[in-house]
Every structure is written in C-alpha cells, then in structure tokens.
Design a protein around this ligand. Sequence first.
Ligand code: C5P
Length: 225
Amino acid sequence: MSATFVIAVDGPAASGKSTLARRLARALGLAFLDTGLLYRAVGKRLLEAGRDPSDAAAAVAAVADLRPEEVDADRLAGERIGEAASKVAAIPAVREALLPWQRRFARTPPGAVLAGRDVGTVVCPDADLKIFVTAALEERARRRFEELRRRGQAPMFAAVLDELRERDRRDTERAVAPLRVADDAWVLDTTALDAEAAFAAALERALSVSGRRAVAGPTGRDANP
Ligand code: C5P
C-alpha cells in the first residue's frame, strides 16, 4: 500500500457529504478537508467588501489574501455565503489558485478525506477511493430546512428548495470543474438512508478498498488551511 490513502467525497449541496467525509477520516485515522470552506471564505470576503462575488479580479485578490483562520466552518455557514461561494467557484482563476493547497493537503501522509464538488474529477483524479454522495433534491431541501429550524431560524420550505435547485444548476452547468460523477466513483444515494446507515456503508467500502482497520479516536489533522 502507498504511504498515503486519499478518499474523494463529492456531491451536491446538502447531500451530507461533509459530515460523512469527516466521520470517515476519523474512523480511518486520516486528515479531513472540507474544500467548500475555501470557496465560502473567498465568497464571504467579497460580500463583506461589498463586491460582486462574480468579480474575477476581486475574487483572485481575495484568494491571495486569505488567512488560515478565515477558513473556519463556524463562520462560514448559511445559504448567503454558500451562494456567493458558488459564484466565486465558477471563476477559473480562483479554482486554479486553490488547487496546489488542496493537493498538498491530500498527499501529506497518511493521507486524507477531501469533501467537495470536483475532488475526484480535478483535485485528486488518482484518489484511492471516490465516493459520490447524493440524494433527491426534495430530500436534501427537507434536511437543510430541518437544520435551519434547529438553528432557531424560520425558513420557508419553498425558498430552501429554490435555493438548492439554483445552486445545483450553477454547480453542474459551470464551464470549469462542474459537479459530475467521476467515471470510477462509487455512488451512494442517501435519499432513503439516515446518516448512520450512509456512514456504515461508506466505511465498509473504504475498509475493503484500503485494507485498513478502523482506528479509535481522531488523529488531530482535522484541518483547514
Ligand atoms: O459544499 P459547500 O456548500 O460548502 O460549497 C459551497 C460552494 O462552493 C458550492 O456550491 C460550490 O459551488 C463550491 N465548491 C466547488 N468545489 C468544491 C467545493 C465547493 O466549486 N470542491
């Protein structure tokens, strides 16, 4: 077995891929990176500066300027930042600028689980295992709706559904690194699975591909840049 083991977990918004990827990393003793946070951090910067997230020059400048502490999940949640992220993510120069960091992260022993949209197709096309996590749009909207309510918000289901539909459209139709299933990906449809069942299925798959055993406890490299 090579010194590093890399798992790419891709899928549409609210498919549960980040939670699944984080749990897999923990169970396998690998590092974890939610690549969506990189795009979210850039999107947030532009929103705060009052700039249009589709402004390529401003977005590229924001990448160059990004500080590691900005890539923090707690500060980057929410659909407003998610939408800005999907706009900056459609800019080729932004994607290009974020590539080296992601690849270095993946290749650092003992390896990593990376969650995103293009990990298996562009960032790590030679990943040892590629998982495409998906679920029906209505089910993803229901989960996102419940999550927002748990956080004390009062969302409208129809609005949540529309936002997800629009984000799916932008992520799948963009010219660079669109969301698509890699030819050699294993598709995990969680429409009828709860988080526990989805994790169990993915772990079984990862263990059989890697020849590893599950480990107890995190390794400490649950990092963002
Ligand atoms: O996964 P998350 O919702 O945090 O991602 C926010 C946005 O960032 C996505 O809608 C997508 O446009 C973009 N993204 C991407 N490539 C990745 C991860 C996220 O284009 N690898």
